[in-house]
Design a binder for this molecule. Structure first.
Ligand code: FCB
Length: 467
């Protein structure tokens, strides 16, 4: 007996990102990105790991497509490396880079797998960062040009174009807390980055509409489920403030056509938001075919009482600078376990809650889970197998939570497990493994973990086992 059945039309996929898997960092004309610079800066990543080689997917892409096909997945979400296709971030395109993605897309189509391409999964060409990065408006205009180049080349062979992956991380972790590239700790620049990323999304979205009218348009957001430590007005105001920074700073302009007034008021001491120009919000509100939702864990906040020791357990990495701009009086509390190897709490009901909130706010908006998954310390048995029962349990509970939301009306059309392969987990390097397929980084051999076999069965039957 299984409680949850998915229809045949439900999309089962897996996700990756260019810098995390490709390697070949200097091959065939690829230019440097902010993640090359950042990971090569001593002290920035665990063990000094870089994406120079990663999972060597640039050379092994055909084998990797074989794994996707063998898993029986109907879609694959990958990202295009901007510095591989337009090395300096403006002007000249690099044909060798475009050809790589063209082969990848054709390879997916030949295997009956839908290409879901993310235009930006964090690897900004270094030259653009040197000119100010996402803190400047010019970067959004350059993104529009880049989008026109790749959409022009790949067009509607790509089934779904996703403009940005998790602009929250790009803006706040990149420019406020500095635990991601480019590693800046400038709160005002982080809010400018929020807006220029939103603008980049709108501009690129219009490019998709124009150049690939048959393709679907989406964006992927890492929306936070934020709970208050109590019902007190102060704690609930902390929830509201963090919700504005984390969620409504993106949902507002993208889906409601305007920045929320409370966000502008909360952050008035940091910026006057004069970088938002007349007409920008209209550009950003390009209608979406699919809203991509990434979910891993939940957030617990309280208003600081002025005396208790401070707590910053927000799950976003240790830094002396906070990603939470103008929220100095909010504490992020440790959550009850269990936890994954990232130290993130496991909270499947929060995913149901998130999807139902979105469904209530935007009833006609189709959604997809574009990332969900877990890092655990995998053990390779003597026979070479990897019995990653905790990962299976994590996936099963979250897919069940998504099914609960669907049964209550949320229009969720697909699920992409993060990740197809073990890969370069940003600041945590190769230490944290999210793959359903193991990568031995010495030999680059791929081995299916038990979770891959489990996911293959789910994709084939559409039936979620109860245990
Ligand atoms: C998300 C990122 C993805 C991966 C997972 C674990 O924030 O989009 O690249 O690192 O977290």
């Amino acid at each position: 007996m299984t409680r949850h059945h998915f229809p045949e039309s439900f999309v089962w996929g897996s996700a990756t990102a260019a810098y995390q898997i490709e390697g070949a960092a200097t091959e065939d004309g690829r230019g440097p990105s902010i993640w090359d610079t950042y990971s090569h800066t001593p002290g920035r990543t665990l063990n000094g790991d870089t994406g120079d080689v990663a999972a060597d997917h640039y050379h092994r892409w055909a084998d990797d497509l074989g794994h996707i096909a063998d898993l029986g997945l109907s879609a694959y979400r990958f990202s295009i490396s901007w510095p591989r296709v337009q090395p300096g971030g403006s002007g000249r395109f690099n044909q060798a880079g475009i050809d790589f993605y063209s082969r990848l897309v054709d390879g997916l189509l030949e295997r009956g797998v839908r290409p879901v391409a993310t235009m930006y999964h964090w690897d900004l060409p270094q030259e653009l960062e040197d000119a100010g990065g996402w803190a400047t408006r010019e970067t959004a205009l350059r993104f529009q040009e880049y989008a026109a180049g790749i959409v022009g080349a790949l067009g509607d062979r790509v089934h779904t174009w996703t403009t940005l992956n998790e602009p929250w991380c790009s803006a706040y972790l990149g420019y406020a807390s500095g635990v991601h590239a480019p590693g800046r700790t400038e709160p005002a620049a982080a809010l400018a980055a929020v807006h220029h990323l939103n603008l980049a999304h709108g501009l690129a979205g219009r490019v998709v509409r124009e150049l690939a009218p048959a393709a679907e348009l989406s964006v992927t957001l890492n929306l936070h489920v934020i709970r208050g430590a109590s019902d007190s007005d102060a704690d609930q105001d902390a929830v509201r403030r963090i919700d504005a920074l984390a969620n409504r700073a993106f949902l507002g302009p993208m889906l409601d056509g305007a920045y929320p007034a409370d966000l502008l008021a909360d952050t008035a001491s940091v910026t006057d938001w004069s970088f938002v120009r007349e007409g920008d919000e209209k550009v950003i509100a390009v209608p979406l075919d699919v809203l991509g939702v990434n979910y891993y864990s939940s957030t617990l906040v309280r208003a600081w009482d002025g005396v208790s020791p401070r707590s910053d357990a927000d799950g976003h990495g240790a830094s002396t600078s906070t990603p939470w701009v103008a929220a100095d009086n909010v504490d992020f509390l440790p959550q009850p376990g269990p936890y994954t190897a990232m130290g993130w709490n496991i909270d499947p009901p929060a995913l149901t809650e998130l999807l139902l909130r979105l469904h209530q706010a935007y009833p006609s908006q189709p959604m997809m889970i574009t990332e969900n998954g877990a890092a655990f310390d995998d053990v390779v048995e003597a026979d070479g197998r990897i019995h990653d029962d905790r990962r299976i349990d994590y996936l099963r509970r979250h897919i069940g939570a998504m099914a609960d939301a669907r049964e209550q009306g949320a229009d969720v059309r697909g699920y992409f497990v993060w990740s197809l392969l073990d890969n370069f987990e940003w600041g945590y390097g190769y230490d944290r493994r999210f793959g359903i397929i193991r990568v031995d980084y010495d030999t680059q051999v791929r081995t299916w973990k038990d979770s891959a076999h489990w996911y293959q069965r789910l994709a084939a039957t559409g039936q979620l086992p109860d245990a």
